[in-house]
Design a protein around this ligand. Sequence first.
Ligand code: PGA
Ligand code: ZN
Length: 408
Amino acid sequence: MTKIKDIDCHKIVNSRGDWTIQTRVVLEDGSVGIQTIPDGASKGKKEAVYVTPEKSVELVTHVIKEAITGIDAFDQGKIDRTLVEIDGTENKKHLGANSILSVSLASSKAAAQSKNIPLYKYLAELYKNTEKLVIPTPVFNILNGGKHASNDLSFQEFMVIPAKKLPFDEQYEMGVNIYHTLEKNLEKAGQDVGVGDEGGFAPNGLNPKTALEFIKDSASEKYKVGTDVFLGMDVAADSFKDVMNYFIEEEGLHLSTDGLVDYYRELLKHNPIIYLEDPFYEEDFDGWKKIYKEFASNLMVVADDLTVTNPLILEELLPMKLHNAVIVKPNQVGSLTETFEFIRIAKENNMMITVSHRSGDTAEDTFIADLAVAVGADFFKSGAPARGERVAKYNRLMEIFLDLKEIT
Ligand code: PGA
Ligand code: ZN
């Protein structure tokens, strides 16, 4: 047992130039855990909510500090339960998911330091993962649109996904090579190679079909597309939804739910897409059901805004059969214990797990890399293999990869 002795919190700036918080938890034995909090731009309606960074600093350094000081840092359940109880709301609006999560995660880091073991090992112990630890497959978002870029592309993320059979170092290299080939090809075509929030290129004048063509052509210069590398998209369909329709402005298309299903059918026919995230907005259950029924046998239908890392929401949606994979973002729910619960339920129901960053992130924070390894996630999403706050997570996976290689 090592008690929490002190908690401190201050403001820092994230990758989008927005203020966020950084919290420091100090234990009696001198161990320290520091956690910075990310922020999304394309959020699900049911995500736990943040309070302003100023309010968060105030709450962490007073209300939360008083409630948490003296608790055993190894009792993560008690730390999170206490935080959730004093918040007392369904969406954490009283203390803020940012305040709660920063203390929850920083405490686990301090506990890992106190035990003198790497964070991923400590988290694996907490999650009671007895399987052999492996590195998840990275999902590289190399072309940005939607709310993550100021271009005219309505789909948010276009991704390349290396084959699962490859070791992480080769997967990483593949992502980097394809990223640079895409840059070269965009430049050759007279396109802009400025980047969006997640480090992917953000050219104008493309549509989902031509974007996929660019990526396929770039990937196939060095690799076998459909064998060594596959394609994925986070559509984030909520961001181009009209009152009655989905509006793909760059093609002048107003599509009904069925129209969008047809649109996906065409894309899937011509491209080796294995991963489709948020293909419909979060209340369009009809669309989700249709895509699941027709394609789920060989497509990952990934829920992000739909399930928001919330165990209660996930359980409620299970009987409807809407998806076969989930995104895990600890800040959508606001505590480590609830994140673990969510992953456990998803796994029990044979869903693929993708642990993910947020579009507003920091290079200081690599927690999700350790988390992904600890819980045995299948995939890992941290944007492009470029920009400090994106590669910090991939680089942390590389460290763990080398660490695990030494052990075996
Ligand atoms: P966000 O989006 O981090 O901007 O909310 C990322 C995603 O939709 O996966
Ligand atoms: Zn998403």
